[in-house]
Ligand binder design. Structure first.
Ligand code: PLP
Length: 393
């Protein structure tokens, strides 16, 4: 589909091309100087003691769960309003994801009150997701975790360049996991990063990223080692040099691009308030410095504009189809995980009671947002949204 305005876009130029060419010229393609540099740059940027680059955030989340010692019989509290990888990572270890509700129609992040409600004797960890790069209530969540001796893993897939109280998101808990998938604020195509301040966890993460081997091909190439032992059941979750080099180039643009996303978000808010006040926009009062990864809106409640009360899915679909006729790509973040068949089968008799998640999911639509978007693009999207809702009446 040739969109007039796509949901997201990348900001690549000569810097990324040069970074790739330099790696190709070096004739070393995996786990070398570029990856070392990317990890050093990311650690310096976030203030984390350790940064460990991996092949994607799903691998990062899985490793975080493994080094946290999660296993069958353990429970991990996390939101259902997230990408399925967050919960899948827990299940890879045999542990059980337990879904907590979000805070409100304004803050789509996990609610500390709901976390407390889901605590059992089996709870071992909390996994938070900073939705769209807006900070969760980390002071409250960390205090609760400390009181109950729980591990905190941050799914910071949306949060590169986001801060709360001068601490980068992902560095509040024990381990933070970032995504550099192609629609993210900084991208390497596929890619991920773990951050931690714990030396022992970092050592484990490095080991498990590469088969549990005590040395890398790079060490042997450099003459630092001639052989290796395998001391843990690891994985191949390595990133390659090409993507690490792109990551270094993208990191340099992150602050500038997030500032642009903020500017466009403010414009969206102003125009929507003026022209389509029936649409509400979450995170009006966000704390800290968000990453503005996506722009979620809540379309008016079913029945408020459509007198025939369409079923929920048709209703949202009607809006998204309407936007498509204007050449605008929209999305939905997220179909809640507990609605998926795979997750319904996990505990078929258990009723998952997440009223705010359900309500948000019936109304949420994500509008285009990316740093190279123009202000005219934003106006065009808002005009189209107004037009589509008018036609739905
Ligand atoms: C909240 C969240 N968690 C995890 C992931 C998984 O990231 P990756 O695609 O890098 O594995 C994503 C990706 O979109 C995400 O949005």
């Amino acid at each position: 589909m040739n969109w007039r305005i796509a949901l997201s876009d990348i900001d690549f130029d000569i810097e990324e091309s040069k970074a790739v060419q330099d790696v190709l010229n070096s004739r070393w393609l995996s786990m070398g100087e570029a990856t070392k540099q990317f990890e050093a740059d990311f650690a310096a940027y976030t203030g984390a003691k350790h940064a460990i680059a991996v092949t994607n955030a799903t691998a990062a989340l899985h490793l975080a769960c493994v080094v946290s010692g999660l296993q069958k019989g353990d429970e991990v509290i996390l939101p259902s309003l997230t990408f399925v990888a967050t919960a899948n990572a827990v299940r890879y270890t045999g542990a059980t994801p337990v879904f907590a509700d979000i805070e409100s129609m304004q803050s789509l992040n996990i609610s500390p009150t709901s976390i407390a409600k889901h605590l059992t004797k089996k709870t071992r960890a909390i996994m938070v997701v900073h939705y769209a790069g807006f900070p969760c209530d980390m002071p409250a969540i960390m205090q609760f975790a400390r009181e109950h001796k729980l591990i905190v893993i941050e799914d910071a897939a949306h949060s590169a360049g986001a801060w709360l109280e001068d601490r980068h998101l992902g560095t509040w808990g024990d381990i933070g996991c970032f995504s550099f998938f192609s629609n993210k604020n900084m991208t390497t195509g596929e890619g991920g990063m773990l951050v931690t301040n714990d030396d022992a966890l970092a050592e484990q993460l490095r080991l498990l990223r590469s088969h549990g081997m005590t040395s890398l091909s790079w060490d042997r190439h450099k003459g630092h080692a001639q052989t290796y032992d395998v001391i843990a059941l690891g994985y191949n979750y390595r990133i390659d040099e090409i993507r690490s080099a792109i990551g270094c180039a993208q990191l340099k643009k992150l602050d500038r691009n997030n500032a642009r996303r903020k500017e466009l978000t403010i414009l969206y808010r102003e125009l929507l308030a003026e022209l389509v006040p029936s649409i509400s926009v979450p995170f009006a009062e966000a704390a800290g410095v968000p990453a503005y990864h996506i722009f979620p809106i809540l379309i008016p409640k079913r029945g408020e504009i459509d007198p025939i009360m369409l079923p929920v899915d048709n209703y949202r679909q009607l809006f998204m189809d309407g936007m498509k006729t204007h050449g605008i790509q929209t999305s939905f973040h997220y179909p809640p995980i507990h609605h998926f068949n795979l997750y319904k089968e996990q505990e078929p008799h258990k009723k998952v009671d997440l009223p705010i998640t359900e309500e948000v999911c019936a109304q949420e639509v994500t509008l285009p947002l990316y740093s190279t978007m123009t202000k005219e693009n934003v106006r065009f999207v808002v005009d189209a949204a107004s037009n589509v809702l008018e036609k739905m009446r």
